[in-house]
Design a binder for this molecule. Sequence first.
Ligand SMILES: C[S@@+](CC[C@H](N)C(=O)[O-])C[C@H]1O[C@@H](n2cnc3c(N)ncnc32)[C@H](O)[C@@H]1O
Length: 203
Amino acid sequence: MKRSPIAVFSEWADLDKDYGMEKNHKASVENMLTFSTKKRTPFSFIDVGCGNGWVVRSIAKNPLCTAAEGVDGSKKMIEKAKSIDPFLSYSHADVMQWTPKNKVDLVHSMEVFYYLENPKKLIKQIYTDWLNEGGRLIIGLDFYFENTISHSWSDDCGISNMKLFKETEWCTFFEAAGFQSIENWRYGARENWAGTLIVTGVK
Ligand SMILES: C[S@@+](CC[C@H](N)C(=O)[O-])C[C@H]1O[C@@H](n2cnc3c(N)ncnc32)[C@H](O)[C@@H]1O
């Protein structure tokens, strides 16, 4: 029987599989962060579905980063993040029900949005309630229609409710939310791998 993403990722935290995700996602995340910090102006930052917090720890070292926090629905992941660095800010919450105390300039997320109950709704909420004017949302996805090798992942990993959208559909969610300057690209494509789909837009 398939289980919820939170149940599976909590087990992964216990099994230290979060370190494998960090390794596998690192190059795509670096591509995303390089793009979204290229203006070289100060920024505040949230990682949506931060797992063990590795991206928050990394971005917090950027001298232009004024504040960084992570949010994740798995209590085990957040406990792990806090145990690795107790001084950084991590919240345990379902992101569909969570709003940051202060709006930020950059909302980043890697390999999370297709697990959500309503990704289109969260993209709109981030636009309205999370981002400062001129702020950016950037998301990375390996599970999407054009990356055909990913289609079996729900069965392979035993995770329920994984939402398989096309590249154009993800872009449409950004447009519907009101984002401007929407850009999308695939990073790291190779044989049998369409690459990480990256979608971004500015408020
Ligand atoms: C594939 S992992 C990616 C973790 C991290 N972004 C990384 O790249 O290592 C997906 C993460 O999303 C979290 N997640 C899934 N659904 C969530 C939800 N509704 N609210 C908050 N976090 C969620 C999971 O707990 C898990 O840590």
